[in-house]
Each structure stands twice: as structure tokens, then as C-alpha cells.
Design a protein around this ligand. Structure first.
Ligand code: BTN
Length: 256
């Protein structure tokens, strides 16, 4: 049994929530691996410190570097849209809390980018694995820039970051133990998942980057402009536009 799996089985919070962790020396994408698992089970995690072809929202490339980043996917069973719609927010809260345990104060850009000094330190990609007549799963993909040096972000000239990136060690000026980050993120995810929904949303809103900012949200082919005024308990964004107050269930803020 690996060191992390031993830690999981010896810890009550972790062992109750997670089935087991599959640690991969190298992987194309932990989300892809999770989606292709033949026997999915609630609470299986896929982890690698060497993800080669990670991807993010809108099919953007997500860059990981060996032993410098966390690529983690958590498989969860879900029964309803209400249940799945709040999972991106749960994940964002878990990452913010984890960073805070390392003395990093971050903000959450709706729905689930984690920013430090307006630079992106972590991203989340939730993908649904939906089957009309059997169990449904959501794959929660979490990427964290742990020990990236500035040059690591410049390695690949074809990558255009939509938000300037940063990492834990660039903020703290020291190398971070990746396994510590992994264990803390797993724990914070489990506790955030089980926490009361309104407490979770109120924590999210206290640390919400976009609050009262004039933003533009890309919704399919439409671009909506407005002021970000609230987050509802189902995770949707409330936007005040020139003509109305609009509830946005999903989308991407492209500028603020
Ligand atoms: C984003 O900011 O657009 C989301 C990035 C999500 C990256 C993570 S890394 C682990 C998992 N595997 C992937 O291929 N993507 C997610």
C-alpha cells in the first residue's frame, strides 16, 4: 500500500469519504483516466505528480510539471443536478482552505478559479459522466501549481494563459512538500462536501474575487455584461445587467 493510501486508511475523515487513491507515475490526464475507468466507484481518486496532457475548461491545455504540480481527480456519484451544480464551489472552497493552511490568502473567481494577487494558482474542471439508465458520476479535476518556477510557465510558447499564472512556491519563496498539499486538499474536500450548504456559500462569498465588479460572462456564443452581485445556494451567479437581474448557471468570466 502506498504512503498516501496508508494515510487515507489511518484517518477517519479520509477513510470514510474516499474509496482509495490510484497513484500514477505518469498519466496523460487524470480526468481522462478517471472517465475511462471501467468500474467507477464513489470516492475513487486518481493522482499523479507527472501529468503530461492535462486539459482545462474550454479545452484549454493545463500545464503540469513533474513533481511541481498536483493533478488530482475525484470520482463522485451524484443523483441530481442540484447535487452536481454545487460541486465546483465545494472544490473551490476546499482549495482556498488548503492554501490558507500554508498561509496563502486566495480569492475565488466564479465559478472555480483560485487566484492569488489576481494570478491563477489553481484550476478546477468538473466533468459529468452521465448515463440515462445507470449510476451517474462527476469527475472533479483539480490542478494546483505547487513548485513552479517562473521559467516553467514560459516553457511552452504555444500556451496562452487567459489569466497570468503563479504557484505556491513563488508566493512563499520556498519549496512545498507535494504530499502535504495532497493530503490537505483531500481532507478539505471531504469536510467541505459534508458541510452545511449555506455555510459553504457564505465562506465562498467572503472570498469571492468578482463581487461588485463589472464583468463579462461568456455564455456559449453570447457575451453578457453586468455587475456581479451575488452567488445563489445552487452555485449560480447573479448578474445585474443594464436591463435586468440575470441568473447565470454556468459560463466563464472573460474579463473583470
Ligand atoms: C481550468 O482552469 O480550466 C481547469 C484546470 C483543471 C486541471 C486539472 S489537473 C487534474 C485534472 N486532469 C486534467 O486533465 N485536468 C484537471
Amino acid at each position: 500500500m502506498s504512503k498516501i493510501n496508508k494515510l487515507i486508511s489511518g484517518d477517519q475523515v479520509l477513510s470514510e469519504f474516499y474509496e482509495h487513491l490510484i497513484e500514477l507515475e505518469v498519466v496523460d490526464s487524470t480526468n481522462n483516466f478517471a472517465k475511462n475507468l471501467y468500474e467507477k466507484k464513489n470516492g475513487i481518486c486518481i493522482y499523479s505528480a507527472n501529468q503530461k496532457f492535462g486539459y482545462g475548461r474550454n479545452n484549454r491545455k493545463w500545464i503540469s510539471h513533474k513533481n511541481k504540480s498536483i493533478a488530482l481527480s475525484i470520482i463522485l456519484k451524484y443523483k441530481s443536478n442540484e447535487e452536481s451544480s454545487v460541486i465546483p464551489l465545494i472544490s473551490a472552497v476546499a482549495i482556498r482552505k488548503t492554501l490558507y493552511e500554508f498561509d496563502i490568502d486566495s480569492k475565488i473567481k466564479w465559478p472555480n478559479d483560485i487566484l492569488v494577487n489576481s494570478k491563477k494558482i489553481s484550476g478546477i474542471l468538473c466533468e459529468l459522466d452521465y448515463h440515462a439508465d445507470s449510476e451517474n458520476f462527476i469527475i472533479v479535476g483539480i490542478g494546483i501549481n505547487v513548485n513552479f518556477e517562473s521559467d516553467d510557465f514560459k516553457d511552452n510558447p504555444e500556451i496562452k494563459y487567459n489569466i497570468e499564472p503563479t504557484s505556491m512556491n513563488l508566493i512563499l519563496n520556498k519549496t512545498i512538500n507535494i504530499d502535504d498539499v495532497l493530503v490537505k486538499i483531500l481532507k478539505n474536500f471531504a469536510t467541505s462536501f459534508k458541510s452545511n450548504r449555506s455555510d459553504l456559500i457564505s465562506y465562498y462569498k467572503k472570498n469571492w474575487f468578482d463581487k461588485d465588479k463589472n464583468i463579462q460572462v461568456q455564455l456559449g456564443n453570447n457575451l453578457i455584461k453586468g455587475t456581479a452581485i451575488d452567488i445563489k445556494e445552487n452555485g449560480s451567479l447573479i448578474l445585474r445587467t443594464k436591463s435586468e437581474t440575470k441568473e447565470v448557471m454556468s459560463g466563464e468570466i472573460i474579463s473583470s
